[in-house]
Design a protein around this ligand. Structure first.
Ligand code: TRP
Ligand code: SF4
Length: 324
């Protein structure tokens, strides 16, 4: 039997090039070797989202981004977290074997608590427990994630160990799959391409919007005049050339260092290459968006297939925990 993969994304914005290069291309490739389950984690989004008026739109957008990029509902289960309510039951049960200390020490919790001091809700503390429930409800063994998620996966593994110890061997210990997750710098040069800020190029952006955002990006601050030599290694435009201009990337670095190329031309070149690379994905996205029922159908099929596995796991969990 193929190993099972599970991963999720929070529907707080449309997916950007950082997601595409880092996560989505990886998801697409994994479909060939694994049984993949990809989940839009709407409950997780609620831990930081107070205005939920755009939630349904974001869910729809992410699924469109995923399908356009080649995630295939014939091969993978694509579904929305809250459509399988068993995950919330498992979350509650797992909370009984999770020491509060583990959760309070998680770096992402401390960061978010600092970012939203007026909304340090109970759900935010339990975030990694819900993430664990996501993964083990489907007994997934491999979890493609970025480095920032490693502490969450470590908690998942510890919860699994505890559960198995206390109630008998039930869940496999999930392994992080860190293969190929490049760090993409945000266009404002301060952060990685952020989901919720406007320092990102989205999969759904038009070629014109792409050009506009690239032209507005921060480059090497040492290049104040056209003749100033540049430092490509600290320039986020250059780091994107690495992914979209691979055959020319050494030339670009040389021309930047010798001031043969100016930032304006360098950016135009990048925008062109991004637009060429993304064109098939964007065209597919436009075509799919014209069939509004399609996303709904994919998610309906996804929830059916996910529920079969979830129900089976919960029968076993309730038995093992003495609830039946
Ligand atoms: N916490 C993940 C993130 O912010 C999203 C997520 C939720 C997830 N459940 C998951 C990722 C399960 C992998 C597996 O990116
Ligand atoms: Fe960056 Fe290109 Fe300008 Fe060099 S020429 S600083 S790589 S934008």
């Amino acid at each position: 039997m193929k190993k099972r993969v599970f991963s999720g994304a929070r529907p707080t914005a449309r997916q950007h090039l950082g997601n595409y290069l880092g996560a989505i291309q990886n998801y697409v490739a994994l479909q060939e070797e694994y049984d993949c389950i990809y989940c839009v984690v709407d409950i997780h989004a609620l831990t930081t989202m107070q205005d939920t008026s755009k939630l349904q739109q974001y869910i729809h957008d992410i699924v469109l981004d995923w399908l356009a990029a080649g995630m295939d509902p014939q091969k993978s289960i694509i579904f929305v977290q809250s459509h399988v309510p068993e995950v919330m039951e498992l979350h509650t049960l797992l909370s009984m074997v999770t020491p509060l200390g583990w959760l309070m020490r998680v770096p992402t919790f401390k960061e978010k608590a600092k970012l939203q001091p007026d909304n340090v809700n109970y759900g935010l503390v339990g975030y990694p427990v819900l993430q664990t429930a996501d993964i083990i409800l489907y007994k997934a063994e491999a979890v493609p994630i970025g480095e920032d998620q490693l502490p969450h996966l470590e908690i998942a593994r510890e919860i699994v160990r505890r559960f198995n110890n206390q109630f008998g061997e039930t869940f496999p210990e999930p392994q992080a799959k860190l293969t190929y997750f490049p760090r993409i710098v945000g266009l404002d040069g301060t952060d990685k391409m952020g989901k919720s800020s406007n320092n990102a190029i989205e999969i759904a952006n038009t070629p014109e919007e792409t050009l506009e955002r690239v032209m507005a990006a921060v480059t090497d601050p040492a290049r104040r005049y056209r003749n100033d030599p540049g430092h490509p290694e600290i320039c986020n435009i250059y780091s994107l050339h690495n992914y979209f201009s691979s055959s020319e990337v050494d030339d670009i670095a040389r021309q930047c260092r010798s001031a043969e190329i100016g930032c304006v031309d360098c950016k135009k070149l990048l925008a062109e290459h991004i637009n060429t690379t993304m064109q098939p994905v964007r065209e597919r996205r436009i075509a799919l968006a014209e069939k509004p029922q399609y996303v709904t159908d994919v998610l309906l099929d996804g929830v059916k297939r996910a529920s079969v596995i979830a129900r089976e796991t919960m029968l076993e969990v309730r038995q093992k925990m003495g609830l039946v």
